[in-house]
Design a protein around this ligand. Structure first.
Ligand code: 4AD
Ligand code: MG
Length: 468
């Protein structure tokens, strides 16, 4: 076959260089047609749209075309012609076809359109070849890029925090242990407890649940930083919003207080949503039409309105009133309760009909590092609550007072010997500061309209599932 440098299908479809010879390579979505003429829909991942390859069966030989079935990979040299069909600019009249790889129709699992998302999860290694997952993963890339751009343009530094750590930032005890000890022959001390002295790090170590503590160290030097990395939580919640391995973005800013923290969070999410609408238009339109007819209008409505800002105490009052008026929740709601997703969504979807930032939560249900309010009962926390999702961001102003922080850490089972380095930021040149964490996959749930978090990360890690 003649060597012609490859053009991506996204560019072919935009081109009007009719009459020129081009080369495209990709995977066959369908081949249909008559004895005389065949139409191959070819996709190379550069766009959701397929290019149509028109094949003169006699010219290329019926036998040669036989292996070109759904899933096969081919390289096509052909003449770019103006498309006769509606919707598309250009198509290709095939001159030569080389088959890179066949896909036996008896065994290739992606034969038909309309496989269920559950089924596609079982073939996560092939699902990127579907329209849906192509769209989702292109959007995922675009969101990651938008996040870096947002922070870079505002003078934030991307700071890399460790993945292996000895500290439980959130204090929830949901860490995955990292060890090289022999599980079949664990060294014990005289009390029968496992002795970590001979373990790789000489002490108990785990995968991080958050980069925040190290992020704070950096903010107290570089001013404004963000982290963007994998995060691990061994919480046994099999919900459509929880993963055991997810990605979190954590900005941390010196001299910001809770108000600036809320402003940053709101500006940040709106920027990401706007970016998606501007740069992932076709993929979002596809998902809108396919799964969720309100997706685009929901994205646009979030951009238009200011987020509601409300204290936890006021939020709980609204929920209690709803119960009195006859609304029933699965979980009880009272001052001091950790809000469940159904409560968060009630505030957002039913009561206010727009995103809500709840602040000043009871200290008992929040982490040790949050700034304590003068009432001695609440901390300067903020959770951003979103339609369809519930909590999308969790953050706070940080406790900058050394004594208060040390005392609260001890009360919550974090002795100074473990976090002396964190406490040092308050010992030396402490300053007010604030930050938050955005769950990347929760943002993607919102932007793609997908209903299950397993469908916005390529290879989900959830309880009893670590395949692929
Ligand atoms: O509210 P979280 O636990 O806050 C923190 O980890 C803080 N250290 C962040 C900070 O202030 N720098 O988690 C932050 C966000 C949540 O709002 C949620 O979007 C996401 O991370 N998240 C999860 N996403 C998927 N699966 C899970 N298991 C998640 N746990 C939290
Ligand atoms: Mg939280």
């Amino acid at each position: 076959m003649k060597t012609i440098s490859r053009t991506k299908i996204v560019d072919v479809l935009k081109s009007d260089a009719f009459g020129t010879t081009v080369n495209v390579k990709g995977w066959v979505r369908t081949r249909r047609g008559s004895k005389q003429v065949n139409f191959i829909a070819l996709n190379d991942g550069s766009t959701i749209n397929n290019v149509q390859i028109v094949v003169d069966v006699e010219k290329l030989g019926e036998e040669n075309l036989k292996p070109i079935t759904t899933g096969a990979c081919i390289s096509v040299n052909g003449t770019l012609v103006e498309s006769q069909g509606k919707g598309q600019n250009a198509e290709i009249q095939a001159l030569e076809i080389e088959i890179y790889g066949t896909a036996d129709p008896e065994t290739y699992p992606l034969q038909k359109k309309g496989h269920s998302l559950e089924f596609l999860r079982e073939i996560a290694h092939l699902r990127p070849r579907t329209n849906t997952f192509g769209a989702v993963f292109r959007i995922r890339h675009n969101m990651a890029f938008a996040i870096h751009k947002f922070f870079h343009d505002r003078g934030f530094y991307y700071f890399h925090t460790p993945i292996i750590t000895a500290s439980d930032c959130e204090g929830a005890g949901q860490m995955f242990q990292v060890t090289t000890l022999n599980m079949y022959d664990l060294p014990k001390d005289e009390n029968g407890a496992i002795s970590y002295e001979t373990d790789f790090f000489g002490k108990e170590a785990s995968l991080t649940v958050s980069g925040q503590l190290e992020g704070e160290l950096a903010a107290m030097a570089l001013g404004a930083i963000y982290t963007f990395g994998p995060t691990f939580r061994a919480e046994n919640s099999n919900t459509p919003r929880h993963l055991a391995e997810f990605w979190m973005i954590e900005p941390e800013v010196a001299f910001n207080e809770i108000k600036e923290n809320m402003d940053l969070a709101e500006e940040f999410i709106k920027y990401c949503v706007q970016w998606a609408l501007d740069n992932c238009t076709e993929d979002i339109r596809f998902l809108n039409d396919m799964f969720d007819k309100e997706l685009i209008s929901r994205l646009e409505s979030v951009l238009k309105e200011d987020f509601v800002r409300l204290s936890y105490t006021e939020g709980v009052k609204i929920l209690e009133e709803a119960v009195l008026k006859g609304h029933s929740f699965e979980f009880p709601v009272f001052w001091g309760a950790d809000l469940a997703s159904e409560h968060e969504r009630y505030l957002v979807e039913v009561h206010f009909k727009r995103p809500v930032i709840l602040t000043d939560y009871p200290k008992e249900i929040k982490a040790f590092y949050m700034k304590q309010n003068d009432d001695d009962k609440t901390v300067r926390a903020m959770d951003v609550l979103f339609p369809k999702i519930g909590e999308i961001i969790g953050g706070s102003q940080r406790e900058e007072d050394f004594d208060k922080l040390k005392k609260r850490a001890e009360e919550m089972g974090l002795p100074e010997k473990d976090i002396w380095w964190y406490l040092d930021t308050r010992r030396f040149g402490t300053a007010p500061h604030a930050g938050f964490g955005l769950g990347f996959e929760r943002l993607l749930l919102f932007v793609t309209g997908m209903a299950n978090i397993r469908d916005v990360i390529p290879f989900p890690r959830t309880p009893k599932n670590a395949d692929f």
